[in-house]
Design a protein around this ligand. Structure first.
Ligand SMILES: [Zn+2]
Ligand SMILES: [Zn+2]
Ligand SMILES: [Zn+2]
Ligand SMILES: [Zn+2]
Ligand SMILES: [Zn+2]
Length: 296
């Protein structure tokens, strides 16, 4: 895979030095911005693979589906969650994304208008929440607005999942004899050879398992583990800042807007130590130091 390189810190420093003097060097802004953009695209693409289980072909970028069911993997954030569809706009959703969208942009639980953030969160319809009460409510509510259409969606039921999974994916095969196997009693149990293993261990071994992938478009073949290794510096449990930047960067029309978006991304990175090295080409401590300097 040809992943975009990380941005050189010297360029970022220069950018801020100029900005402090009120100079917006648009060539430099474009340079840094598009480098960050390419990097963000890659981070988002890698995150998508971990969610959707479709790997971009290294040659032609066609998405190649993995045979190992990605819905079992812990995916982003590390919690086991399931996709569901918004009944209104049919967008594919994860409950945690519904929550996260409201943490970013709080909306009224009642009328779903965007709340005014003062000391209290205030809606034009008259409702108010303290930020704490709002946060608390986010965690416990079973109805939240869809992040796409803002119609209410119901939190999917987690406990019956194994049964439903089994029906939806009947193609569970014994790793030993490839015979028909069942997920029952917390095990994978082969109906043919009697093979039996704890379900959790079986899933773990699948995650580590290599897989040969063939691109349906250009017939290029590559291996899942090799691909995975190439993404080591692009993997994060929190691809949201990268996704946000991709969206917002494209909307920038002026040098000032470009500086604001670059700064917004770097500010986010500043608040989240482990994210910064994904974007900036330097040691963790040096990046920390630089971001501290820029923020001061
Ligand atoms: Zn599941
Ligand atoms: Zn929707
Ligand atoms: Zn309201
Ligand atoms: Zn078997
Ligand atoms: Zn291809």
């Amino acid at each position: 895979m040809n992943w975009a390189p990380r941005v050189k810190p010297i360029k970022i420093r220069r950018l801020y030095r100029y900005a402090r003097l009120g100079i917006y060097d648009d060539t430099l802004l474009h340079d840094v911005g598009w480098e960050l953009y390419a990097r963000c695209l890659d981070i988002a693409a890698v995150a998508d693979v971990y969610r959707g289980g479709r790997v971009p072909c290294p040659k032609c970028s066609t998405k190649v589906a993995r045979r190992i069911d990605p819905l079992f993997s812990s995916g982003e954030g590390g919690t086991h969650e399931h996709w569901f569809r918004c009944p209104h706009c049919t967008e594919r959703l994860l409950w945690r994304d519904c929550r996260q969208a409201l943490r970013n942009v709080p909306r009224c639980f009642d009328c779903r208008a965007v709340l005014h953030k003062e000391v209290m969160f205030r809606c034009a319809c008259g409702k108010t929440w303290s930020p704490e009460a709002y946060k608390q409510s986010l965690r416990t509510r079973v109805l939240l607005p869809c992040p796409h259409c803002f119609d209410l969606v119901r939190r999917p039921e987690p406990p019956v999942q194994t049964v439903r999974h089994r029906q939806r994916s009947p193609e569970l095969h014994c790793p030993k004899c490839q015979g028909f196997a069942l997920h029952q009693h917390g095990n994978i149990e082969c109906t043919v050879c009697g093979y039996k293993r704890r379900w959790r261990d079986y899933r773990k071994s699948l995650k580590k398992k290599d897989e040969k992938l063939e691109c349906p478009n250009c017939q290029y073949t590559f291996r899942w583990q090799a691909w995975r290794k190439s993404t080591r510096s692009l993997r994060t449990g929190n691809p949201r800042p990268a996704r946000e930047f991709v969206k917002k960067w494209l909307r920038c029309r002026t040098p000032q807007q470009r500086m604001i978006q670059i700064d917004a991304l770097l500010q986010t990175l500043h608040g989240r130590g482990p994210l910064a090295p994904l974007f900036i080409d330097s040691g963790v401590h040096k990046i920390r130091q630089m971001l501290d300097d820029l923020a001061s």
